[in-house]
Design a protein. Structure first.
Length: 384
């Protein structure tokens, strides 16, 4: 009963507190303090939205390959008669590399060449006599068939003989020599390697999300660990027609000039593809952005009041974020103290040095003007 009585008295006192002299005065003073605290400006740090260049690049890794590359092997079995090249030599297309012993085949070719020449003389003689009606036309046609067969046998032996002479099919640099004079070589035995390294192919993969940024003839920069301070500039040659369903990536082939012969086939390269450049992008520091469930917004300052502004964002680049819509260049944006700001609240720039130099909320700011945001260099975004 005592507890109930106390509760009833307390409830009555709360409901009629405005009519009780001492109690009403206490609550009025408390409300006045709250209003004064609500009107007090909140110190924040601001900066102005600025324009800058957003460079979007795609990074990938790949392996250098020769523009053309073969392993030189013989087509026939034979003994190495003479070697015409040096290791590491640059040769032109058609240069003779190795001669294999083909003495027996040359003798057979000489015999068949003699038979062909004889068949040719007989045909010419019969053709002259046929003009005088001394030889029938049938004989002339018979001799012409024999001549044609003889010429075919000569060409066949000449083709076989050409296989005993190994030549360079294209210009390039030779590798190590794997044979010696007098060695018996068979088809498939390695003689040396030949690589056209005047240009290099680099195949690398990029994620499918970056496909819209890539097209033929785009500029590609590559760097090798062997030459860390040097960039090699190339061009996209081909974009593959299919996306790998397992990795969700697509293969890109780029061509790099290598006339100085610094890069070698098989070297590991890091390639950077310039995907897009936006020169007049609006940039603000990332800490100004506040994300909600379905929107992103920032607080701008208009007439010393915090205004909640919904924005559309683009690329995150070097601590900044690109604003695609909702913000104009030069607008003041709150970047410090965002958590304690509410829409419509009065805000004031934080004094230089913040509160660390004896400044307190509500106190007089320092004599120095508000610091202006430093200009920042062009931003770079790594896609993929």
């Amino acid at each position: 009963m005592i507890v109930a009585l106390i509760g009833a008295v307390g409830l009555a006192g709360w409901n009629f507190r405005q009519n009780i002299p001492l109690v009403s005065t206490f609550f009025e003073q408390a409300d006045s303090k709250k209003r004064r605290r609500g009107d007090r400006p909140v110190f924040v740090e601001t900066t102005k939205a600025r324009t800058g260049q957003v460079l979007i690049t795609v990074d990938a890794i790949g392996t250098a390959r020769s523009n053309e590359s073969i392993t030189v092997t013989p087509q026939v079995t034979g003994v190495v008669n003479k070697i015409h090249f040096r290791e590491g030599q640059w040769v032109k297309a058609g240069t003779v590399l190795v001669d294999l012993d083909a003495g027996e085949l040359r003798a057979e070719l000489a015999e068949k060449t003699s038979l062909r020449d004889n068949a040719k003389r007989l045909h010419e003689r019969a053709r002259r006599l046929a003009g005088k009606k001394n030889v029938p036309e049938a004989r002339v046609e018979e001799l012409f068939g024999a001549l044609t067969a003889s010429e075919a046998r000569v060409r066949a032996d000449q083709a076989k003989l050409d296989q005993y002479r190994i030549i360079a099919p294209f210009a390039g640099r030779l590798g190590l020599r794997r044979i010696s004079t007098g060695a018996l070589v068979r088809p498939g035995d390695v003689i040396t390697t030949l690589d056209d390294t005047s240009r290099l192919k680099v195949d690398f993969r990029i994620p499918e999300t970056a496909i819209s940024y890539v097209s033929a003839k785009q500029t590609v920069k590559a760097r090798s660990a062997a030459y860390p301070d040097r960039d090699y500039v190339g061009q996209v040659q081909t974009v593959d027609s299919r996306v790998d369903p397992a990795t969700r990536s697509i293969e890109i082939r780029a061509i790099f000039d290598n006339r100085q012969d610094k890069l070698k086939p098989g070297m590991f390269l890091t390639a950077t593809l310039t995907a897009a450049i936006r020169d007049n992008a609006i940039l603000i520091p990332e800490q100004a952005l506040i994300s909600s469930s379905d929107k992103q917004f920032i607080f701008t300052v208009v007439d010393d009041k915090a205004v909640r502004t919904v924005v559309t964002t683009g690329e995150h680049v070097n601590g900044d974020i690109e604003i695609l819509s909702g913000l104009a260049v030069g607008t003041s944006v709150i970047i410090g103290g965002v958590q304690k700001v509410r829409p419509g609240q009065t805000v004031k720039n934080m004094p230089p040095g913040g509160f660390g130099n004896g400044n307190k909320p509500g106190g007089k700011p320092g004599a120095k003007p508000d610091a202006k945001p430093d200009a920042k260099p062009a931003a770079v975004k790594k896609a993929g």
